[in-house]
Design a protein around this ligand. Sequence first.
Ligand code: ATP
Length: 247
Amino acid sequence: ETEAGTLRVSDLHVSYGRSVQALHGVSLTVPQGRIVAVLGSNGAGKSTLLRAVSGTLALHRGTVDSGTVHFDGVRLRGDATRSVAAGVVQVPEGRRIFGALSVEDNLKAGFLGSARRSRAELRADRDRVFTQFPVLAERRRQAAGLMSGGEQQMLAMGRALMAGPRLLLLDEPSLGLAPLMVRRIAEIIREINAQGTSILLVEQNAAMALELSDRASVLDVGQVRLEGASADLAAADEVRRLYLGES
Ligand code: ATP
């Protein structure tokens, strides 16, 4: 079995300070080219898992107590710069758009992508993002804060794509969006994946996440409660009752 482009999380234990144990031995694999979803209710540990992979845990005063994260056969050690250099890029929860800056400046400010790039490379990256998200091209000079929630989500995704990710980490991309916009975002996730980027998708919208993904894990108080092919999980009684809102 090849490790090329594969994310492998093994027996991860994470805590915040002395008293909050957020993950109790979580394991998960994202094979190259796949979409893997992580479901779970509030506080289950979904964001914590993404932070451990993207190397942003320390920003939240969290620590990995044991376990490992490997991407492409390389161990990631909780350093965001290294994760990005390895091709692992996160679109943060809440989008983190600079509302007063223009759309274009938000793309350039993707501190992730801009580091080692020439202006010509930056422009080429930007043009690729504009092709994928025409609405961002139309609004390039507008203040980002004036755009709708869905457009801001596109901007956050576009900014992450500026870094040329091999694995994209998405934290609740559908949060607060109207159903039509949720569909649009789902289509975009599919397009990004079809272009060769693997995706780890954290979602409370279980219906959307199970439809998009190849496999999924259900987190419950810091542990993987269920794991399997998304089609099987969508048919499982427990998932239908607890996460798809059926009785
Ligand atoms: P949500 O969808 O509500 O964000 P989640 O599944 O992403 O939930 P996490 O945010 O990972 O869950 O939280 C897991 C546990 O860790 C929760 O008990 C939460 O209160 C705790 N936690 C998260 N961030 C911190 C932090 N910075 N400091 C202390 N505890 C935290």
